[in-house]
Every structure is written in structure tokens, then in C-alpha cells.
Design a protein around this ligand. Structure first.
Ligand code: NDP
Length: 344
């Protein structure tokens, strides 16, 4: 599935009812002849038409257009994308808002031609974040219960048993304690694991030892059996997983990356794995997506890959696209506004 924009994969439509923060459709003021353009550019995941139909069923008065039929570019006030192309904002002289159909906005912010005046919003991630927590737990339990070993043994008719590793003896480090990281950390707490967390600002959470800063990161990595990255891609985090950081990993540890691929220096990761600095890597996100067929990560015996699927469904978060369009027109505060300076 093409993931150049690095956005969510999700079920195309949701059938959720309007939540109480979504205003009645009649409140959409369509007199200005301004429009919301849906140009997702990921048809395997969600078509503009499906999303348009879903939004129109909740916001029937809105002027919502699809990428293949945008009409007059001067009328486009809000653009919704999953895959954002450099310079795309410049096509629409009156653009005020770019809405991402997911959480990662790094590709939009990386656009040097993006006008300062354009606001950026993301979506809330309760549904996809819950799925990402499930993904991380699934891969951790796979190792705890030696499932890969038993698959190999079955192929050779081998009957050799191993004690399952206890959750209470196992530490999971969650890097990034935002909307998704919190769900991931909570999932491990609920399953009896020891959990350490790392964020920009220290956090005080039940069952999670909180850390921040460079020293905090070193402390979190020391003793961690699993390191789950749910960090956004920002100037500070890109290429953070490089050889010097991998030296701080436990040799027995597994690295699970569900944040963004460009956080990882991939040649360094391969070197770190080959030198035994960590035991394995589970990567849902890559620096180039789809990962080229000749990339050595594909065949590395200690790497397990998935095609950016850990967070898949949007649930009724998709309705916030229509709600933000309404709020933009009425001048109300937007939902899930991104801090452009901070980068997430
Ligand atoms: P949030 O913006 O809610 O949280 C980001 C977290 O990262 C915060 O805890 C923040 O710290 C922390 N952080 C940011 N910069 C640093 C830094 N320099 N040092 C330490 N911590 C830092 O994001 P979400 O949880 O909603 O999403 C995280 C990322 O997950 C997205 O940006 C996206 O890239 C990725 N994603 C991947 C998906 C997939 O399918 N694989 C699906 C959805 C999202 P603080 O709390 O102190 O601000």
C-alpha cells in the first residue's frame, strides 16, 4: 500500500453518530462559496468520494469537493490530505487550513513553500491508538511466549519447551507519551508489565515511571526489555535512533517502531543488530514507504516488518474533518490544532 505521505490507514468510512461536540449540520454557513477539498491521494485506503459521502451525510449543507473535481481553486479554504505533496498548499490562494487524516504531520511541515498563515490540524487517535497498543502488545507477547521459536520447531517436528517470560519481570519502555503513547503505556500496565515512559516534558502517570531529556532517555533504555517508539517526526527526533543510542539498549531488548521511519538511521540499526546491541527490531514504519524491494531490512533475520498498519482505523474521528470545516467558517477554535513551531 503506498504510504508516501506516512498517514493513517483506516477503514474508509465510519458510521459513528455525531458526538455532542459536533454541531448540527444546519450551522454550516455556506454563503461565502468557500469549499472543503478532500484530496487524500491514498485510494487503497480511503477514496475522496467515500469520505465525501460520509461527511455530507453529517454535514449536508457543506460544499465538499473531491480531489479529481476541485472546481475553482480560489474557493478552496480547507484541504484534507493523507498524502501531502510539496507545494500543494500554493495551488489554493485562499487556503486557511490543512487537515491531516491522521496524526503525523511531518510531511506537511517539511514543505518549505507552506505559507505561514496556513493552519494545520490532525485527527484524534483513540481508535488507531488503541490498535497501535494492541500491535505492540501482540509483538511483545510473541517474544514472551517464544511463538517464533515454536513455529521453527514445528517445521522440524521438535518438542522442546521453554518457560514463558513473566510480564511482572519484564520492562517496556514507551518513548513518546502523547495521545497514542499513553494508550500504549496503559495497555502494558494493564497487562502486568513494568513500564517506563519518555517524553519531552516529564509525566507523572500511575504505573509508569516518567523520564525526560537526554539523560532520561539513557535511563529508560537501561533495563528495558522492549522499547516502543511512538514519537512524532520532528527536528529533534529525526535520526534519533542511531548507533550511539543503540549502544544504550540491552542486548536482549527488542525495538518496536510505530512512530515514524525517519526517526531511525536504518544502516545504524542493521549494524547495531549485527553487533548484538539489541536482539531484534519490529518496524511498522520505514524511512521510505513502501520499503524498496532491495532494502536490506527485508531480509535481515532479526527484523520483522509490517507495512504501516499498526494504527489502521479512524473510527468517528473522521467526523472532526467536517466539524473543523464548520469551525473554520464560524471562527471557532479548531479541534486538534498542530503547533507548527513544536512540530507535532
Ligand atoms: P502526540 O503529539 O500526542 O504525542 C507526541 C509525544 O512525543 C508526546 O508525549 C511528546 O512529549 C513526545 N515528544 C515529542 N518530541 C519529543 C522529544 N524531542 N523528546 C521526547 N519526547 C518527545 O502524538 P501521538 O501520540 O498522537 O502520535 C505519535 C506519532 O505516532 C505521530 O506523530 C505519528 O507519526 C505516529 N503514528 C503512526 C501510526 C501508524 O500507523 N504507525 C498511526 C498514527 C500515528 P510531550 O508530551 O512532553 O509533548
Amino acid at each position: 500500500m503506498p504510504r508516501a505521505g506516512g498517514g493513517f490507514k483506516a477503514a474508509p468510512v465510519c458510521s459513528g453518530l455525531l458526538s455532542n461536540r459536533h454541531a448540527a449540520p444546519s450551522q454550516i454557513d455556506n454563503e461565502k462559496e468557500m469549499a472543503l477539498l478532500l484530496d487524500i491521494k491514498m485510494p487503497d485506503w480511503m477514496t475522496d468520494e467515500d469520505l465525501r459521502a460520509e461527511l455530507l451525510s453529517h454535514f449536508p449543507g457543506a460544499d465538499i469537493r473531491s480531489g479529481d473535481n476541485p472546481g475553482n481553486p480560489d474557493e478552496i479554504e480547507m484541504l484534507t490530505v493523507s498524502n501531502y505533496l510539496p507545494g500543494e498548499a500554493l495551488r489554493y490562494p485562499n487556503l486557511k487550513l490543512i487537515q491531516k487524516t491522521g496524526a503525523g504531520v511531518n510531511n506537511i511541515l517539511a514543505d518549505r513553500q507552506l505559507p505561514e498563515s496556513v493552519l494545520i490540524t490532525r485527527l484524534q487517535t483513540n481508535t488507531s491508538g488503541t490498535e497501535m497498543a494492541e500491535y505492540a502488545l501482540a509483538y511483545v507477547l510473541q517474544e514472551q511466549r517464544q511463538i517464533r521459536t515454536y513455529h521453527r520447531q514445528q517445521a522440524n517436528s521438535e518438542w522442546i519447551s521453554y518457560a514463558p517470560r513473566k510480564a511482572s519481570d519484564t520492562t517496556v519502555a514507551v518513548l513518546g507519551l502523547g495521545r497514542i503513547g499513553l494508550l500504549v503505556a496503559q495497555r502494558f500496565v494493564d497487562n502486568g508489565f513494568k513500564v517506563a515512559g519518555w517524553s519531552r516534558n516529564p509525566k507523572n502517570l500511575d504505573g509508569v515511571s516518567g523520564h525526560a531529556g537526554a539523560d532520561g532517555l539513557t535511563r529508560v533504555l537501561a533495563g528495558a526489555d522492549y522499547v516502543v517508539s511512538v514519537l512524532p517526526s520532528t527536528q529533534q527526533t529525526r535520526q534519533i535512533f542511531a548507533i550511539d543510542l543503540f549502544r544504550n539498549f540491552e542486548a536482549r531488548s527488542f525495538f518496536i517502531n510505530v512512530g515514524r521511519g525517519d526517526l531511525v538511521n536504518e544502516p545504524d540499526l542493521i549494524e547495531a543488530l549485527d553487533q548484538g546491541m539489541l536482539a531484534g527490531a519490529i518496524l511498522d514504519v520505514m524511512s521510505v514507504e513502501p520499503l524498496p524491494a532491495d532494502n536490506p531490512l527485508w531480509l535481515h533475520p532479526r527484523v520483522q516488518l509490517t507495512p504501516h498498519v499498526s494504527g489502521y482505523h479512524l473510527g468517528d474521528a473522521v467526523l472532526d474533518i467536517g466539524e473543523n470545516y464548520r469551525r473554520l467558517q464560524s471562527g471557532e477554535a479548531l479541534l486538534h490544532l498542530v503547533d507548527r513551531k513544536r512540530g507535532y
